[in-house]
Design a binder for this molecule. Structure first.
Ligand code: PHE
Length: 339
């Protein structure tokens, strides 16, 4: 039996070394180390040996098995390396070729602008408050003092989901949400978010856009507080040299209502941006209407507040001299990568 073992070893090892292809390895493995291989049949013969010889031979066979196993793994390793080297040679892989750079994205211009706006208002003590994009007629209009059939509804061309549900046409319904949550405590929030209007898409207008609403409620809040906050904002956002002016306006949910303009960077010389007026529109605003205060849960005899609503894309567009608002949603990388 020992002889048998020795010749098996010699044969096994020499056959293993003769293999020159990794594909041939499984076959060899089967033949020598497999469940039906040569070694197993040797182990089976152990039964024919005497009780003294059996453990001795068993040990020898096991050592032999381990030896074959180790040789097999070494050979496998060598053959794999050979194969890889061959492939590398054949395919002529040029490892010095520079890789393709991975491009990383960055924040969208709108997001960058929004974050700057948050930061400026945060410094003035405003919190960010988010309200729904899909609204009821009640919140989008009625509670803001715009009853059904009120002619002011024409100011907001509306996407109707059904008879009672709309895509919000402005961030103002958020005023009601905030008031109803905080009443009767003072409020100082901005409400950013997307708005929708059923409008023709042109270089100047989109049917989806961002607004940032502002709302403060407190005791003795006056129009001058609103003007102060807006001029602080204009200075921080666009530079200390900017001037702010107000014009009378009309919104059903503010009284009085104003429009806030900011001096153009052309400094009154006139340019196309400001249509040669020297002024740019920044926001619609005013003192919160008593009816709206009441709808929000505040007694107008005790509380007052101001509100404003401004666009986000338009100022970004002005700042970077972008001549078409449609780029903001066009997803054209050539545009996006510039900011
Ligand atoms: N919601 C108004 C609009 O979209 C803007 C506005 C907000 C005006 C708050 C006054 C007060 O046109």
């Amino acid at each position: 039996m020992k002889e048998q073992l020795n010749s098996l070893r010699a044969k096994g090892i020499s056959e293993l070394n003769a293999l020159n292809n990794a594909d041939q390895l499984p076959e060899w493995y089967h033949r020598y180390l497999g469940r039906k291989g040569e070694l197993t049949s040797l182990l089976k013969q152990l039964g024919t040996l005497s009780a003294e010889e059996r453990p001795v031979m068993g040990k020898v066979i096991n050592e032999f098995k381990q030896e074959l196993q180790v040789s097999f793994e070494q050979r496998q390793q060598t053959l794999r390396e050979n194969k890889l080297n061959q492939e590398l040679e054949i395919d002529d892989l040029d490892v010095t070729l520079p890789g393709r750079p991975c491009t990383t994205g960055h924040l969208h211009l709108t997001t960058q602008t929004l974050r700057r706006i948050y930061q400026i208002f945060q410094e003035m003590g405003f919190q960010v408050y988010e309200a729904p994009e899909v609204e009821t007629d009640e919140y989008n209009f009625q509670l803001l003092n715009i009853p059904e059939y009120h002619p002011a509804r024409d100011m907001w061309d509306t996407f109707w989901v059904d008879d009672e549900v709309v895509l919000r046409t402005h961030t103002s319904p958020g005023q009601i949400w905030a008031m109803r949550e905080y009443a009767p405590e003072p409020i100082r929030v901005i409400l950013p978010g997307k708005c929708y209007r059923y409008e023709q898409i042109t270089p100047r207008s989109e049917h989806q856009f961002y607004q940032v609403e502002g709302l403060t409620i407190g005791k003795n809040i006056r129009l001058t507080d609103l003007i102060g906050v807006m001029s602080e904002f204009a200075h921080k956002m666009y530079g200390a040299e900017r001037k702010v002016r107000i014009r009378g306006s009309y919104f059903p949910f503010t009284e009085p209502s104003i429009e806030i303009d900011m001096s153009c960077s052309c400094e009154e010389n006139g340019c196309r941006l400001c249509k040669y007026t020297g002024w740019l529109e920044v926001a619609g605003a005013g003192m919160v209407h008593p009816v709206v205060l009441r709808n929000g849960g505040y007694d107008p005899d005790e509380w007052s507040g101001f509100a404003f609503g401004m666009g986000v894309e338009r100022p970004a567009l002005l700042k970077h001299s972008i001549n078409d608002i449609r780029y903001f949603y066009g997803n054209d990388l050539r545009f996006l990568q510039q900011f």
